[in-house]
Design a protein around this ligand. Structure first.
Ligand SMILES: NC(=O)c1ccc[n+]([C@@H]2O[C@H](COP(=O)([O-])OP(=O)(O)OC[C@H]3O[C@@H](n4cnc5c(N)ncnc54)[C@H](O)[C@@H]3O)[C@@H](O)[C@H]2O)c1
Length: 368
């Protein structure tokens, strides 16, 4: 049965887990903040659900990620920089890089920072929204372990590579198209697997070209290279699969080529001899100071007018409402404010395992 944990308890637990596995206090708070932001925004694939498999296990058991982040600026120009994260905490690398891009944009109108040798940075939308809070446009993307097949291909070559823009608006929530360039991203398939649900057909392609739906099997097959995700638009040109495929490449090039790091199938946790190794991910962060173009209040109004006009347009028969990006996450935040984070049985087990292995002093409301 699913139970709910209040946001502050969950954030404290996440911080304590990060601290106990060696992440310095302030950086543990940053990591927990990115994860809890995901849970608060209703993005269940990237919050507490990711703590054990993506961070805890990789640091403690696989030893392919470092809890202490060495943030090295390897190139620094007026409005640009290249950072090496030395396999530290992706969220720490990412937040510092976005802050650098924002600081550069304050001085020079625009700032762009890229990172290499980083690790999973969580929800991509967190970073553009940092720029929106400063009256800036924010853009971010990251490459990831190979999952997406090129249009007409069956081999998983590209990561789920989110390509995310944040625009400040005059509404209670900013625009942020916070999603992968695949139809489904791994976190959602993990969530389906936890819930015992199948994936819809047509979104995962097998090595033999068939559509796969068994979520648990897909997660195994993705790792073995026996299945690949379809890019936004699907597996065929007729439905525009080549368009999502192109956007996934945009993210891959911006994440890898400027910082001269690993790309495509190099982004795995195994070296050619089959030994475990860090993922060596790349990210990019762009901040654009709106003030250099127009009054930020006017920009917010125009952006808000665009969103309102779209939501006010005629609905399809049977449709209750039209949304704009960022809205559902805002509504989820309001809805969850009092109830907290939903924790299904699989997650309850993960939380108990981490607590017990780390001897943390917590008693959860889902325990008898
Ligand atoms: N770090 C990584 O490697 C990585 C990789 C892939 C995805 N992610 C993250 O995973 C999370 C989930 O990604 P996803 O691809 O499953 O996202 P998704 O398919 O759930 O889409 C979410 C986005 O679509 C918007 N949206 C939803 N319904 C809408 C509607 N009807 N009209 C208009 N907009 C609508 C939301 O506001 C949000 O911006 C994101 O936070 C993403 O950044 C991270």
């Amino acid at each position: 049965m699913t139970h709910h944990i209040p946001f502050d308890t969950m954030e404290r637990f996440m911080t304590d887990v990060f601290k106990k596995i060696g992440v310095p206090k302030e950086e543990a708070q940053t990591c927990a903040e990115v994860l809890i932001t995901s849970d608060k925004r209703g993005i269940d694939s990237h919050g507490i659900g990711r703590l054990k498999p993506i961070y805890y296990d990789r640091i403690i058991h696989q030893k392919i990620q470092k809890p202490v982040t060495e943030f090295e600026i390897v190139r620094d120009h007026l409005s640009t920089a290249v950072v090496d994260g030395h396999h530290g905490m992706g969220m720490v690398v990412a937040k510092r890089c976005m802050q650098m891009a924002i600081d550069k944009a304050k001085k020079h109108g625009m700032g762009m920072v890229v990172a290499r040798n980083s690790t999973h940075y969580g929800i991509a939308g967190y970073y553009p929204l940092m720029a929106c809070n400063e009256n800036m446009i924010g853009i971010s993307g990251t490459n990831a372990r190979p999952s997406i097949a090129p249009t007409f291909g069956v081999e998983n070559m590209l990561g789920t590579n989110p390509l995310v823009f944040g625009f400040p608006t005059d509404e209670p929530f900013d625009f942020v198209n916070d999603y992968a360039t695949s139809i489904l991203q791994r976190g959602k398939i993990e969530q389906y697997a936890r819930e015992g649900k199948d994936c819809p057909s047509g979104v995962v392609i097998g090595r033999d070209g068939s559509s796969k739906t068994d979520s648990k099997q897909i997660l195994d097959d993705l790792v073995k290279g026996e299945a690949a995700l379809a890019s936004i638009g699907g597996i065929s040109e007729a439905t525009g699969g080549h368009k999502g495929y192109g956007f996934a490449i945009v993210t891959e090039v911006l994440s890898a080529a400027l910082q001269q790091g690993a790309f495509l199938q190099q982004l795995t946790d195994k070296d050619p001899n089959g030994n475990l190794k860090p993922y060596e991910l790349g990210h990019f962060f762009i901040a654009i100071d709106i003030e250099c173009f127009c009054n930020p209040t006017d920009f917010r109004k125009t952006a808000g007018d665009i969103m309102r006009a779209l939501r006010d347009s005629e609905k399809a028969p049977g449709a209750e409402r039209i949304y704009t990006c960022g809205e559902k996450e805002y509504l989820a935040g309001i809805k969850r404010k009092d109830s907290g984070v939903p924790v299904d049985e699989a997650l309850q087990k993960d939380m108990i395992t981490m607590r017990d292995e780390l001897s943390l002093d917590y008693h959860f409301n889902f325990e008898k």
